[in-house]
Design a protein around this ligand. Sequence first.
Ligand code: ARG
Length: 459
Amino acid sequence: MTKLWGGRFTKSAEEWVDAFGASIPFDKELVEEDIEGSLAHVKMLQKTGILTEEESEKISGGLKTILDKAKNNELEYSVQNEDIHLNIEKFLIEEIGPVGGKLHTGRSRNDQVATDMHLYLRKHTEDIMSEMSHLQEALLKQASEHVETIIPGYTHLQRAQPVSFAHHLMAYFWMLERDYGRLTDSLKRLNLSPLGAGALAGTTFPIDRHYSAELLGFDGIYENSLDAVSDRDFILEFMSASSMVMMHLSRLAEEIIMWSSQEFKFIELDDTFATGSSIMPQKKNPDMAELIRGKTGRVYGNLVSLLTLLKGLPLAYNKDMQEDKEGMFDTVTTVKGSLKIFAGMIETMTVNTDVMEKETHSDFSNATELADYLASKGMPFREAHEVVGKLVLVCIQKDIYLLDLPFEYYKQASTLFEDDIFEVLKPKTVVARRNSAGGTGFEQVKKAIALAEEKMKEK
Ligand code: ARG
């Protein structure tokens, strides 16, 4: 088979060598973007008089036929044609004859591939953001139903202070909100057109880069042709924001896994988001959450691979850069899938409020409250800490909790105690009173939910 660039060659590579250099097995994913970019390019070539109306219409018609074939899975790609760009060009020439060879006027595969990747990533970043919003909605819905549901809050995975379950879920809402912001921000820098930068230096043809950029919905063009064809920082930004998304999801995944264990029993996952065991009939495993926790690794890996790939590459295009694609596709698929699964999982899970309630009565997570009580009556906090620590010790020795300890012990420990402490020590009171901005107090949580709902309306 003759190569589209075969002119200066006297010998052809063997098929296995071609196969090693080819990107078509994976960059066929870019078929729609490639044709979209070419359609804009042709239109620009006509507008600037580089192609006649007839030529441009013929080429556009041919490209559209190929697009239809692609959508119907009718294209037979070949590794001899290396990548998606040359495969399409070859199909075009087969479809409309030699005039198809005019499509590549004033551009190179280097600006072409960069354009395709920008178009691809813009679309998929937007899709990911919309999946992210669904997950945020699911968190918000569960949160609004559980403002007054109390769980033990932890530090070091030791019970620390009770918190509203809504407050806990909303922590993830806000993490995702920042992730959403990072992706929004990355789109600003991504939405520039590399098209027309040529192989590296621009072109002698009187092209209009602003016009093709506008046709493709870009906000502007890369100002420097070398930069346009050789940087992949737009992918790195996406991958880095995606890594943080996955890091956040993996933390919630871990909590879902713990909460659905026999030890916690805080939640139960819906059957549709859990799996059984092939040997142990009683098992219901939180596989989806585990898998998302696991998939976080490959998203980090893709980021590190691309950073490493680009490190030290001289300007401009180098074939190394062909390796930028699979990681990008994989990150897109992984993040999109994980967000979608997560939204379903959160939406359908059952919250065992009784277990949570019971648990908050069987720990010392109200101890800080007692120290605050003494401090608010004038005792230096450090001293109050000591007094309460001793009371906790008495309880541990008696195998009871602070609410069960008879009042005389309190009175003995400090005359500042009055019998209102039993009200103060109730987990609900403990939570309610943490009414500082951003705290877990019910009023604060309701405020946060209302604010979050406003934010979601703007999306
Ligand atoms: N398949 C190539 C890639 O993905 C397209 C650009 C090829 N350019 C070149 N000068 N060989 O990077």
